[in-house]
Design a protein around this ligand. Structure first.
Ligand SMILES: Cc1cc2nc3c(=O)[nH]c(=O)nc-3n(C[C@H](O)[C@H](O)[C@H](O)COP(=O)(O)OP(=O)(O)OC[C@H]3O[C@@H](n4cnc5c(N)ncnc54)[C@H](O)[C@@H]3O)c2cc1C
Length: 523
């Protein structure tokens, strides 16, 4: 893999994130790590210094600058962080292409004849991804932030005291600071893995040729999304998982629907397995595993690791700043996102268990509020992270989206719930779209219509979920959803139908008898 040297003033940052070095990646770099960037001179004491320009850092910086604060933003690699460069954006571009391949392959089902083999030009798929990423990168560009009044420093930042940070030989003094250094892929301790070499989210989007045979280690969201995409591109994919099911965080019935879809797409899922060792031989990578007491060896061309994310908390001077952290969990914060140094806050993947872009965004908004309006008489303006309602979605096909409590969470808290499930096979639009695999499941607090949580499995579950997230936030119950007109035919009607199921439970035998008597009397 080519190493790319991005020159930044006196600093040379060797990167492999933007490989190959084509016009698209050069365009991305010119936005998010411009070679001719000259760091400004520090402007005295800053209201806010932000370390890391991923989603959490960018939102903190631009929000604070918009309020008139003097802000410095420090980024050592690529502005936009994981989401833009090696996360959501490139992965969703690949997923879109894989969905098209899948739809074309099943065109015959719809009476649309496609003659011959459907062929995926992987090089073209990846080029499209790089082009779109470059288009989107202008939103996160160093120039855009400078023009918004933020002092952008490109270089590795490090706290050197409780209220100062150093970058590119310059010292930035601050009243408040935010640690927003994100997380990185963690690798499991498998003998031989390092020597054999493997892909992570930092390198997989640099591929230009489709690996013929791929092993994906870890059936979490990233592993499942990319396994399905690569299988749909034509690779032979094995997805290995130590636990007994894929997407371990999700309910078993929901995960099983996705598992079925992955298998149908050709992904060979091996769960409850232990990888014993990996080695390289005759240009192949060999993976020895044990499943159910039996050992077997798979030979592949590439290994992709997606087993979790480790927070970036070391080597950034947190000790000098008096900020406590745990290398596995991240920066220690209270509910107001304040660290053990009262001047320093943290947001995003470096401190929070829900590692999503929309969470990083929401936490950054909390930090702006809490850090900049910190006077005692402003206490009523303070926001708590625990008050957030955080939805999420795994972008497999079908997608799994979830918000609020699972049934098991409610049980643990001693809350009794009633659950309403609407299968998509009874929803007209899902049938007509050929997307009837999935369901909407809503949990309400027993005896009320208060929605405590919901899971949706559907081809666009992520789009559908927001109705339920809003309902939870606005305390609109399932009865309100039942009374809300949904356009026909839409897949979101499945959500309303769970409301109908709820309403039906109000028709108890006693109420029904009373109704029958009234109707008989009024005939
Ligand atoms: C493959 C993949 C797919 C994903 N898909 C989704 C998705 O579909 N939806 C979703 O919501 N989330 C998704 N995520 C998660 C999402 O990318 C992260 O939650 C999000 O990027 C977190 O933002 P952040 O600002 O906390 O951290 P990051 O984006 O990691 O940004 C941290 C920044 O800090 C910089 N930094 C670190 N140390 C220093 C230092 N010392 N000095 C200066 N700068 C420093 C880093 O270079 C980086 O740019 C995905 C992640 C991956 C890996």
């Amino acid at each position: 893999m080519n190493e790319i040297a991005l020159e930044t003033g006196a600093e040379s940052v060797s990167r492999h994130l933007l490989d190959p070095w084509d016009e698209h990646n050069r365009r991305t770099a010119s936005n998010v790590h411009p070679a001719d960037w000259v760091n400004p001179e520090p402007r005295g004491r800053y209201n806010l210094v932000v370390l890391g320009a991923g989603t959490a850092g960018l939102v903190s910086a631009i929000g604070a600058a918009g309020l008139g604060a003097r802000v410095a933003l420090v980024e050592k690699h690529l502005m936009g962080g994981d989401c833009l460069n090696v996360g959501c954006v490139p992965s969703k571009a690949l997923i879109s292409a894989s969905r098209v391949a899948h739809q074309v392959r099943r065109a015959n089902e719809f009476g649309v004849r496609v003659r011959g083999e459907v062929e995926v030009d992987f090089g073209a798929v990846m080029e499209r991804m790089r082009r779109l990423r470059a288009d989107i990168s202008k939103n996160d560009s160093a120039r855009r932030f400078r023009d918004a009044g933020v002092d952008v420093f490109i270089g590795a930042g490090e706290f050197t005291g409780r209220h100062r940070l150093r970058v590119d030989g310059k010292t930035l003094e601050f009243s408040k600071a935010v640690v927003a250094t994100g997380a990185r892929a963690s690798a499991p301790p498998i003998p031989g893995l390092e020597e054999a070499g493997y892909l992570t989210n930092e390198t997989v989007f640099s591929l230009t040729e489709l690996p013929r045979r791929l092993i994906v280690i870890g059936a979490g969201p990233i592993g499942c999304e990319l396994s399905q995409a690569f299988a749909r591109f034509g690779a032979e994919v094995h997805l290995l998982e130590a636990a007994g099911q894929i997407l371990i965080r999700e309910d078993r019935d929901a995960a099983e629907r996705v598992e079925k879809a992955l298998r149908r797409d050709g992904v060979r899922i091996i769960s409850s397995c232990k990888i014993l060792r990996i080695w390289r031989e005759s240009g192949e990578k060999h993976v020895e595993l044990e499943c159910g007491g039996e050992c077997r060896t798979l030979a592949v061309d590439e290994i992709l690791v997606g087993v979790g994310r480790a927070p970036n908390v070391e080597g950034i001077g947190l000790e000098a700043a008096g900020v406590e952290y745990d290398p596995r969990v991240g920066v220690r914060v209270d509910d107001y996102l304040r660290t053990t140094n009262r001047r320093i806050y943290a947001a995003g993947d470096c401190c929070f268990p829900y590692k999503f872009t929309h969470t990083a965004d929401a936490l950054a908004r909390i930090v702006i509020q809490n850090a900049l309006f910190g006077l005692p008489f402003m206490a009523f303006m303070k926001k708590k992270a625990s008050a957030l309602t955080i939805p999420w979605c795994t972008y497999t096909d079908p997608e799994i989206a979830h918000v609020g409590m699972y049934e098991k969470d409610a049980k643990e808290k001693g809350i009794s719930v009633r659950t309403f499930v609407q299968e998509l096979e009874d929803v007209d639009r899902a049938i007509l779209d050929g997307d009837a695999e999935g369901f909407v499941k809503v949990h309400v607090k027993d005896g009320t219509d208060e929605i405590l949580g919901a899971t949706i499995v559907a081809s666009h579950a992520g789009e559908m979920l927001s109705e339920l997230t809003l309902a939870i936030r606005a305390r609109a119950g399932l009865g309100t959803i039942a009374g809300t007109i949904h356009p026909y035919p839409t897949q979101a009607e499945a959500i309303r139908k769970t409301g109908d199921l709820f309403n039906r439970t109000k028709l108890t035998p006693k109420v029904k008898r009373l109704f029958e008597r009234w109707l008989a009397w009024s005939r």
